[in-house]
Structures are given as structure tokens and as C-alpha cells.
Design a protein around this ligand. Structure first.
Ligand SMILES: Cc1cc2nc3c(=O)[nH]c(=O)nc-3n(C[C@H](O)[C@H](O)[C@H](O)COP(=O)(O)OP(=O)(O)OC[C@H]3O[C@@H](n4cnc5c(N)ncnc54)[C@H](O)[C@@H]3O)c2cc1C
Length: 444
């Protein structure tokens, strides 16, 4: 089969890889000069099967209200004159209850486990190296009240087959001794040994190169302009070479949209509505001054809702969510506050371990923002659409790196007429074949 994959982030590249593995002819299109230069570039690096709770829960609406006027609040809703934002917000509110939360967690764990196995297979078969650390993820708490609730969340995960353990402060400091300097503030934690971390950018770019070695046609620096439909199916896609300005049409047996937050606009061209809205996040990558004293376990800071991962001789800290359109700026007062908050926290938790100086002080923190392709449920849309030959692999929100390998494999399997071995709802158009529930694309 000839398949055109639109978007070369972790999701598109992983899809391309698994299609090639199944003998398909693949063309990959992206506007950037290489793979993973948008949201897959600077994420928190966590392969987080166990820490996958969706944003939408019983307490989320109240918390979001509280954080509305707090520039350092982890989740920030910035109201826009955009019906898509309000529609997304309403669908999100509909998920803020215990039943939906539990249902969504089950889907996310199923995909996470499937994806972790797929990632390990890819690594074993390719030998890719990407600053991978298989030391687990630990979540540390500085508030006794929040720590008291951690047991319930760990129990929920264990019900879904994920071994998240509640650990005392002393146990946590043994698991990750680098936290000792901050030990006075910590009241306890949770830990999942089976989680891991690694550089999504490096992994994706290397995998894209391997795809090209296997014969994939790669159209980098090409804008995807128009999906064309006739007779209820896609007939072609028009792309434009950014260097020459020349347009061309690509024809295939299947078209996969894996364009992250921009999937919504592309799908709309052919009448498919998807509930994907951008959730801006920030990261800072800092050179290590004392590598021997730096953490190796990937971490979650409960108070600030940020994640910290060691990437070789760098430390990456990332987090915060702003729902306010496609703005990627780093130079507004709000963006500066949020970016610097990340670095400030690193100095508090690991004093003197990383170079946390500002550029004005001679430091070189690499600040970055990216747009998480967020769905109201946090569950990505993987599978067929109502338009013939048109498939989607998008909406991976906070967990696209975690779910990348498995999402790519699952979609490649579906396109090949196989049934992915996991209990996952896909887009709803596979439901008859799968007999599973899940978010239905047609409802969005
Ligand atoms: C701060 C932050 C921290 C995160 N931390 C983690 C983490 O620790 N673990 C985890 O699992 N996930 C994490 N994520 C989420 C993860 O990074 C994303 O879910 C993932 O990168 C999404 O991948 P994607 O391929 O769908 O999108 P992208 O990487 O954005 O890829 C989409 C591609 O489509 C291309 N494209 C779009 N429109 C067009 C067009 N019109 N023409 C041509 N090309 C187009 C873009 O150039 C882009 O390359 C984090 C995200 C952020 C922002």
C-alpha cells in the first residue's frame, strides 16, 4: 500500500516506521527541516506509563479557577474569542467526574503498556541511543495533605496493573539520593520502577533516518496545504516546497494525519471535526555542573506539577499548561515568569548541581515552548475517520512520547488490517471490529 504520513513528530515518524516494517511504501511530509522540531522537541522526556492521569478530574474546574489569576499556576485557561476553545472547554468539563476519570485512566494505561512494549522492541531491533535511563519515575510531595491522597492514586494505578508504590521520605531518598539536599521539604513520595526517560528529539530524528534508509520518501520543508476529497474519500493532498514555492499533489491508498495540534485545521478541510486544542507547555534544559550529584530517576514535583529528567550531561525541567491558542512566545512577561519558575525550582531542589544562571548572569538555559495536542479526555485519536482513506494519529496531549511507539504501531496494524492487541477505543470507527468503547471521532 502507498501511505502518505502528514507530520514528522514522534507520532508521524513512529507511524512511518511501523508501516515500513509491514512492507508499505511511505512518504513522510513536514514543514520543518528535520523530524521532531515542534512539540516533540523539548518535552519532559518521561516514558510515563504509570503517571498518566488525565487533567480532567472532579477537582479540575475549581483548581483551574483558582489558577486563573496566578502567573505560576500549573494550568492556565486564557480565554480567547475562539469557539473551538470554548467547545473544547465544555467537553473537558463533561469529563470532570469520577466515572469518566476512571474510564480514561483505563484507556491511557492500556495504550501506555502497549506502547512501552513497542518502544522496547524498537530499541532492541535498532540499537538507538537517546540518553535513555531505565531508573523509573518518582513523584515527590512537599504537602502532607497531597501526600495523604497519593495512596488512592497509587491504588487506582495498581487496579489497572501498574505497580506504583507509595514510599516514605527515607525510601524516596534511597531511590534518588540526589533529592537529599531538598529532603527537609519532602514529606514522602510514590515510585514506579518500570517507567523510564530519554530524549524524544534524538530518538525521533534517528528513527526518521532509519526510515529513510529503508526507502521512505521524506518531504521535509514542505507545507501541507490541502486535503482533497471526492466521492467520500481523500483523492490527493497538496503540499508546497518551502524553498522553491512549487506545489505538488501526492496520491496514495491511505493518508495519515499526524500533525499534532494542527491536525484540527487539516481535518476541518474535509469536514472531519476533532477535539484537539493546543496546550502550551514550557521546558528549560540546563547544563550540569556536578553530574555526579544529579538525579537519574525521572521526577515529578507535586507542588509545581513539573517533571525533571536527566538527559546525559543536561537536566530538563518541564511543565505548565496554558490553554490560549497557538501562541508559542517566550518573551511575554507571563512566559518569562513561567519559564524562570522552572529554573528557580531546580536551584531549590538541586542547589549547585546545574547551571541555573540567567543569560544576563552569563548562563545558557535553553528555554522552549511547545503545543501539546490536547483532547478533553487526554486520550489520543488513533484510527479511521469517516472519510475514506483518511486516518488520524493525533491528540496525544501530555503523553505523546510515552504513547508514540505504540500509537504508531497500532495505526500501522489497523491500516494493514490487523487488530492491535490492546483494549483501546481508537476513533470509534474500529468499534465494530474491536468491540471496545472509547472516544468517538464522529461525536466531536
Ligand atoms: C512541556 C511539555 C512537556 C511534555 N512532556 C512529556 C513527557 O515527559 N512525556 C510524554 O510522553 N509526553 C510529553 N509531552 C507531550 C509530547 O511532547 C507530545 O504529545 C508529542 O510531542 C506530540 O507529538 P506529535 O507528533 O503528535 O506532534 P508534533 O511533534 O508537534 O509533530 C507534528 C508535526 O506536524 C508538522 N505539521 C503540522 N502542521 C503542518 C503543516 N500544515 N504542514 C507541514 N507540517 C505540519 C509539524 O511541523 C510537526 O513536526 C510534553 C509536551 C510538552 C509541551
Amino acid at each position: 500500500m502507498r501511505v502518505v504520513v502528514l507530520g514528522a513528530g514522534i507520532i508521524g515518524v513512529s507511524t512511518a516506521w511501523h508501516l515500513l516494517q509491514r512492507g508499505h511504501e511511505v512518504t513522510l511530509v513536514d514543514r520543518q527541516r528535520d523530524a521532531a522540531l515542534e512539540t516533540s522537541f523539548g518535552n519532559a522526556a518521561q516514558i510515563s506509563v504509570s503517571y498518566c492521569e488525565p487533567w480532567a478530574n472532579r477537582e479540575a474546574p475549581l483548581k483551574a479557577l483558582k489558577w486563573l489569576f496566578d502567573p505560576e499556576g500549573p494550568l492556565k485557561f486564557r480565554p480567547q474569542m475562539d469557539p473551538a476553545q470554548w467547545a473544547w472547554g465544555l467537553q473537558f468539563l463533561a469529563q470532570c467526574n469520577d466515572a469518566a476519570f476512571e474510564r480514561n485512566v483505563a484507556q491511557l494505561v492500556a495504550l501506555g503498556s502497549y506502547s512501552h512494549a513497542a518502544l522496547k522492541d524498537v530499541v532492541a531491533s535498532t540499537g538507538l541511543r537517546y540518553d535513555r535511563l531505565t531508573k523509573g519515575i518518582a513523584h515527590y510531595y512537599t504537602s502532607q495533605r497531597s501526600f495523604d491522597d497519593a495512596g488512592g492514586a497509587a491504588e487506582l494505578m495498581r487496579r489497572h496493573g501498574v505497580n506504583r508504590k507509595v514510599v516514605t521520605k527515607d525510601e524516596l531518598l534511597q531511590i534518588e539520593p540526589a533529592l537529599r539536599a531538598f529532603g527537609d521539604r519532602i514529606v514522602g513520595g510514590t515510585y514506579t520502577e518500570s517507567d523510564e526517560s530519554g530524549d524524544c528529539l534524538s530518538f525521533t530524528q534517528q528513527l526518521a533516518r532509519l526510515c529513510r534508509d529503508k526507502g521512505m520518501q521524506s518531504l521535509m520543508e514542505h507545507d501541507i496545504l490541502q486535503l482533497q476529497a471526492s466521492g467520500g474519500q481523500i483523492s490527493a493532498v497538496t503540499v508546497r516546497d518551502r524553498a522553491t514555492g512549487l506545489t505538488r499533489t501526492l496520491q496514495a491508498d491511505a493518508y495519515v494525519v499526524a500533525a499534532g495540534s494542527y491536525t484540527t485545521a487539516l481535518m476541518k478541510q474535509v469536514g472531519v471535526r476533532v477535539p484537539i486544542y493546543p496546550g502550551k507547555g514550557y521546558s528549560a534544559t540546563l547544563p550540569l555542573l556536578k553530574p555526579e550529584a544529579a538525579s537519574q530517576v525521572s521526577l515529578l514535583d507535586d507542588q509545581l506539577k513539573i517533571a525533571i529528567s536527566r538527559l546525559g550531561d543536561r537536566l530538563r525541567v518541564a511543565g505548565t499548561i496554558e490553554l490560549g491558542g497557538f501562541d508559542l512566545s517566550l518573551d511575554t512577561p507571563l512566559a518569562q515568569t513561567r519559564a524562570r519558575m522552572l529554573v528557580k525550582r531546580i536551584e531549590e531542589v538541586f542547589p549547585g548541581v546545574a547551571d541555573t544562571r540567567t543569560p544576563e548572569q552569563g548562563g545558557d538555559p535553553q528555554f522552549w515552548t511547545g503545543l501539546r495536542p490536547a483532547t478533553p479526555t487526554n486520550i489520543p485519536l488513533i484510527g479511521r475517520t469517516k472519510v475514506g482513506k483518511l486516518w488520524i494519529n493525533a491528540g496525544h496531549g501530555t503523553l505523546g512520547w510515552t504513547h508514540g511507539a505504540g500509537s504508531g504501531k497500532a495505526l500501522a496494524e489497523l491500516i494493514s488490517g490487523e487488530v492491535p492487541a490492546m483494549d483501546f477505543g481508537f476513533t470509534g470507527f474500529e468499534r465494530a471490529a474491536r468491540g471496545a468503547g472509547g472516544l468517538q471521532l464522529s461525536r466531536a
